[in-house]
Write a protein that binds this ligand. Structure first.
Ligand code: ASP
Length: 436
């Protein structure tokens, strides 16, 4: 049986299985992709019989077709960067790999064409865990090209793992943005019946054409079912679940809007289009930067702090209000004192910014003595409610575009909505747990 064939198998134990045959390196094993999406390896000796129900149906990429422009519709550029949203299952490995050609994707989701004139290009083909600062610059330049070409909005398809970092990076890079740029991911690959790619893409397109939103946002499932999507704030969103379709949540903030496939929009609060006097300007990332993240944990060692001495900046994911183990209280806590010493040295050399490993809330290094000591040693970020992602991307962007001695004052400056003015998250927290 050739890889890609859809078969029915009966095992010697009487089990009936249906799925797609995949390639394996082991001639004794038959590998099947079951209808559920899971893979199973079967010892060929245990197979009683196998029937081919359907031949290999792997779709061959179609040639780029001519796009017929409908003058009554707005134009959206879909720029693909890769990830599950534009991927299918490889029968050779059984893994999900980024592969759909842009035309294939539109052919799969024909509704898109009824919402807008769609221009679609592949600008990358990678999983988002592999993305580096240089890619933020590449994406930003492609967006600028499309805006100059006159599109009404842009959809960036992207892997979900680091989508929240990229949405921040684009927000910071695209200064004076005056068009909607919506990032869309999917938790299930586009060739699976359970894919969330279609709805996320359609909702993003509806939102672009029907609202006056002109910033960077994220469009992902609002619930695990196909009821609606959220448009989430680019600088205050996190991926909070490994596999659920509604994995993305606004943190210390509300979503911007709810939108369904038919294009019904409900804003969470009145939306005012951003007005800019100046033209779009790209403030790109320095891809040579080395930025670290240090997670506070019990039994931390001074070496973990020292490790960052050759870096350009460090984000600490502290405990609670923004703490590290730095207090020597007896003979068992001598290491803590050494940690503080290292930190004193480090914060004199590079910007060190505190965030919290609590998902919700604000850093406050004024409440406990520990926080005060950290501030004395030069740790920045007090009173900020930035997510770890926001602090990381913002610090990288500041280091790329400003002088090192300006960082101290700029880190708590709210550039793109990454810091909330008011505490709005109790309501958000409540909603989050109701949903889960
Ligand atoms: N690891 C993948 C990525 O982030 C998962 C996904 O595509 O959603 O690219």
């Amino acid at each position: 049986m050739k890889p890609g064939s859809y078969v029915e198998i009966k095992t010697k134990t009487g089990e009936i299985l249906k799925g797609i045959v995949m390639n394996t390196n082991d001639p004794k094993i038959l590998s099947l992709k079951l209808d559920s999406g899971y893979n199973i390896g079967l010892d060929k000796k245990n197979i009683l019989y196998m029937n081919e129900l359907r031949k290999n149906q792997e779709i061959k990429p179609k040639q780029q077709e001519e796009i017929k422009i409908n003058k009554n519709l707005k134009t959206i550029a879909i720029l693909h960067t890769g990830g599950t949203v534009a991927s299918k299952v490889s029968y050779a490995t059984g893994a999900v790999f980024p592969s759909f050609s842009p035309t294939e994707l539109i052919n799969m989701f024909p509704e898109l064409k009824t919402i807008a004139n769609i221009k679609s290009r592949l600008i990358g083909n990678m999983f988002s865990e592999d993305i580096r600062f240089v890619h933020y610059n590449i994406i930003a330049k492609e967006i600028e090209k499309e805006i100059k070409a006159g599109v009404d909005g842009i959809i960036i398809t992207h892997g979900t793992d680091t989508l929240a970092f990229t949405s921040l990076a684009l927000s910071f890079t695209l200064e004076n943005l005056n068009k909607p740029v919506i990032l869309v991911g999917a938790q299930r690959s586009s060739d699976r019946p359970s894919t969330d790619a279609a709805m996320n893409l359609i909702c993003a397109a509806q939102f672009i054409t029907r609202s006056n939103f002109n910033e960077v946002g994220i469009c992902m499932h609002g619930k695990s079912g196909d009821d609606f999507c959220y448009i989430l704030p680019a600088c205050k969103t996190k991926k909070l679940h490994t596999s659920r379709r509604d994995a993305f949540k606004a943190v210390n903030s509300n979503p911007i809007a709810k939108i369904n496939k038919e294009g019904k929009i409900e804003f969470f609060q009145e939306y005012h289009k951003k007005e800019h006097k100046d033209k779009l300007k790209l403030k790109l990332f320095n891809d040579k930067l080395k930025l670290g993240i240090l997670k506070a944990h019990p039994n931390l060692s001074k070496e973990e702090v020292k490790m960052f001495s050759k870096f350009n900046g460090l984000i600490i994911e502290g405990t609670g209000l923004g703490h590290l183990p730095i207090n020597k209280i007896d003979k068992n806590t001598k290491e803590n004192e050494l940690i503080l010493k290292e930190l004193n040295k480090l914060a004199k050399k590079i910007p060190v910014v505190m965030t919290s490993q609590c998902i919700f809330g604000r850093v406050n290094m004024n409440v406990y003595d520990t926080g005060r000591k950290l501030q004395d040693s030069g740790v920045l970020g007090n009173y900020s409610d930035m997510t770890l992602e926001a602090a990381f991307i913002k610090l990288a962007w500041l280091l790329s575009n400003y002088k090192k001695n300006q960082i101290k004052d700029l880190i708590n400056n709210n550039f793109r909505g990454e810091i909330s003015k008011r505490v709005t998250y109790e309501e958000n927290l409540f909603r989050l747990f109701k949903v889960f």
